[in-house]
Write a protein that binds this ligand. Structure first.
Ligand code: PEP
Length: 253
């Protein structure tokens, strides 16, 4: 992306997490069909579990829906049982990869330094990373949310991202899968702080990197969230599993 690049289209990415068997492909096909009928202003991606990625990419080929992974290993191959390498995601049709999701940070002890290393691996493989940051409820209640999140941005985003296509997703941990949503002023404040960090890190490029909001985005709250200053899209968990809900969120962007 060059310095004169216009503001990118919003990105609406669905994170299916550890959900979805073969029949879930029908939901993705329905999303593609819906966008065929009524093209979206936003870029759209679905990040299914690794077992479905290849089939999903094939099912969505030629559609407006991109596919992505939910994680990748820092190495590109080797003795890492159960892990998945960035070139494998590309081989299975992925264009993007979610990195540093709070569930990876919590369940697998992923640090921001590890996330930054994975980002480098993903970029080398040709993937567009969606890098997740977000504070816990305890950190928010202690008044340290801004410091925690801006620290995660500094530590999780390596310098090689300069000029590359990527997105940051702000996901307050206490809002993920809980039905609780950050208030619009809180979202605006955090996104402004992330934007300021991005500009410090990447100059003019940092001013256009999409900052997604994630955390209980649903059809009935998507429009107001997506209208909030510096919100450049959404990372959607639960509501991305049902085509009609996901399409309604996409239409709000
Ligand atoms: C997520 O997992 O990234 C997420 C935001 O989940 P949910 O939309 O279900 O809160």
């Amino acid at each position: 992306m060059t310095l004169s690049s216009p503001k990118p289209r919003p990105l609406i990415a669905g994170n299916w997490k550890m959900n979805g068997l073969a029949q879930a492909l029908d939901q993705a096909r329905a999303v593609a069909a819906g966008l065929d009928e009524k093209p979206a202003g936003a870029r759209v991606a679905i990040c299914p579990p690794a077992t479905l990625l290849d089939r999903l990419s094939q099912a969505l080929e030629g559609s407006a829906v991109l596919t992505g992974g939910q994680d990748c290993h820092v190495k590109t191959s080797g003795a890492h049982t159960g892990d998945i390498a960035a070139p494998m995601l590309v081989d299975a049709g992925a264009a993007l990869v979610i990195l540093g999701h709070s569930e990876r940070r919590d369940d697998h002890g992923e640090t921001s330094a590890l996330v930054a290393a994975k980002v480098e691996t993903a970029l080398t493989a040709g993937l567009e990373p969606i890098i997740c940051v977000g504070e816990s409820l305890q950190q928010r209640e202690a008044g340290s949310a801004l410091a925690v999140v801006t620290g995660q941005v500094r530590e999780s985003l390596p310098a090689v991202l300069a000029g590359q296509a990527f997105a940051v997703a702000y996901e307050p941990i206490w809002a993920i899968g809980t039905g609780r949503v950050a208030t619009l002023p809180d979202i605006e404040e955090m996104h402004a702080a992330i934007r300021a960090e991005l500009v410090v890190l990447f100059g003019d490029h940092g001013a256009t990197v999409p900052i997604l909001y994630g955390g209980s985005v649903k059809p009935d709250n998507a429009a107001e969230i997506l209208r909030t200053a510096e919100v450049g899209g959404a990372l959607v968990g639960g509501a991305s599993l049902k085509a009609s809900d996901f399409l309604a969120i996409i239409a709000a962007a």
